[in-house]
Design a protein around this ligand. Structure first.
Ligand code: EPU
Length: 422
């Protein structure tokens, strides 16, 4: 297994281009199963999760080809295959988003029930509730979710759960409803930009979706969808991670391909902490004051502060001048990075779903272990500013969601090497 070896202390300087959003790409690739014909998706990041999704679509009878520069062509061919097996779903929970398209287009699907993961228990009950409301029969058989329907009919569906809206649940139900008979209303829909991006793609395919980006989605069913061309939006989580890296290293970094309108909660919080973020020609320039202010932050569904940047912000607040409180309201157990940051000299106390961080003068390099994608990113950020060397093991977690992160960081002056392991 590869690891990253990082020698801390370099100030990051220069320019980096943000990749296409992983969490747009995965459901959009799955949505291509709904089309009669070929779709072309542009701006697809080179990630392990994308390769997994491409292989899954191949298992499901789609021809998937890549023409370089982040372009994918996807054409459903054999519509008899309907099984997303456990060995795929286990590697990537986002495999669940083939459920809606398969049900709508092929009238049946068998998708392994995803288990828990390092960020906590992640049920899919809301996905299933929504599909049932459209007329699907749902069973559990041998660890697989088995759904079928003679036909899907539009319905009024409330998709809110104990932690608010569900992103992939909204994606699944919205995709299924595109081919249902009549109109579907989804209340408490996720408002994330990735849902808007998916709706834009579906509409380009001929779907009739209104209200994307708001909690109320209206979907008029159509008889068929055609292949379409689509450009993936920039990854707001990768952009936020590089903003935090610039701030922690007291550097000056220009990010291009950024949608700051998707990042208001992030830029607002970073400015409060003392980070300067200025729009320039085609991007933003990020630099920081020497003194970082402590803050309180609570993760929330969009447009609130994203859970996917909670670990990275925790690493930043380890350097702030005082006490900060970070409350996780989406995945209350998503704190695997805390124990590893403690190994690097951080001062963090957990109280239920809150981490109380007391800033320290410096972090100290140590061998640490990545547990999930965003926790790993936080450890890399900590390593960049720690005194001495940090070895982050199990970086396959990072490769799932950050395109060539070590290459990008090196281009900004970081001393980070990938060391291949057995
Ligand atoms: N939930 C339910 N029932 C459901 C579905 C979700 O109770 O049927 C709960 C979850 O347990 C959680 C909350 O609702 O407490 C929100 O989960 P959501 O369904 O929105 O998460 P997701 O759609 O499975 C996506 C991203 C995650 C991101 C979350 C929250 C993708 C591929 N994944 O997951 O991204 O953390 O939304 O924003 O889009 C990541 O990129 O590192 C990542 C984990």
């Amino acid at each position: 297994m590869d690891q990253f070896v990082i020698k801390g202390g370099s100030r990051l300087r220069g320019e980096v281009r943000i990749s296409g959003a992983k969490n747009s790409t995965l459901p959009i690739m799955a949505a291509s199963l709904l089309a009669d014909g070929q779709s072309t998706i542009r701006g697809v990041p080179e990630l392990a999760d994308v390769r997994n999704m491409a292989e899954l679509l191949g298992d499901l009878g789609a021809a998937v080809s890549q023409t370089g520069d982040g372009q994918f062509q996807i054409r459903p061919e054999d519509e008899t295959a309907c099984h997303a097996r456990y060995d795929r779903v286990r590697k990537m929970r986002a495999s669940i988003c083939v459920l809606g398209p398969l049900l709508a287009k092929r009238k049946k699907a068998r998708v392994a029930m995803p288990g828990g993961c390092a960020i906590g228990s992640r049920p899919v009950n809301l996905h299933l509730r929504g599909l049932r409301a459209l007329g699907a029969e749902i069973d559990l058989d041998g660890g697989d979710i088995v759904v079928k329907a003679k036909k899907l009919t539009g319905a009024e569906i409330f998709l809110g759960g104990p932690f608010g809206s569900t992103v992939l649940g909204t994606a699944n139900v919205m995709m299924a409803a595109t081919l249902a008979e009549g109109t579907t209303v989804i209340e408490s829909a996720a408002c994330e930009p990735e849902i808007q991006d998916l709706a834009d793609y579906l509409n380009a395919m001929g779907a009739r979706i209104r209200g994307a980006g708001t909690p109320r989605l209206l979907i008029d069913g159509v008889d068929e969808l055609r292949g379409a061309e689509h450009q993936i939006i920039p990854d707001r989580i990768e952009a936020g991670t590089f903003m935090i890296a610039a701030a922690m290293s007291n550097g000056e970094v220009k990010l291009s391909n950024v949608r700051t309108d998707h990042m208001m909660a992030v830029t607002d919080k970073l400015r409060e902490i003392g980070v300067t973020i200025e729009a320039t020609d085609g991007g933003v320039v990020v630099c920081s004051a020497r003194r970082l202010e402590p803050t309180d932050v609570t993760t929330q569904p969009y447009p609130g502060f994203p859970t996917d940047l909670q670990a990275q912000l925790t690493a930043l607040l380890c350097l702030a001048d005082g006490n900060s409180a970070i409350t996780e309201k989406i995945f209350p157990d998503r704190f695997m990075h805390v124990a590893e940051l403690l190994r690097m000299g951080a001062n963090i106390r957990k109280e239920g779903p809150t981490a109380i961080v007391t800033g320290v003068k410096r972090l100290v390099g140590a061998p640490v272990m990545a547990s999930d994608l965003r926790a790993s990113a936080a450890l890399v950020l900590a390593g960049l500013i720690a005194r001495g060397a940090t070895a982050v093991s199990r970086v396959y977690h990072i490769d799932r969601g950050y395109e060539h992160i070590e290459v990008k960081l090196r281009s900004l002056g970081a001393d980070i090497q990938r060391v291949s392991g057995s």
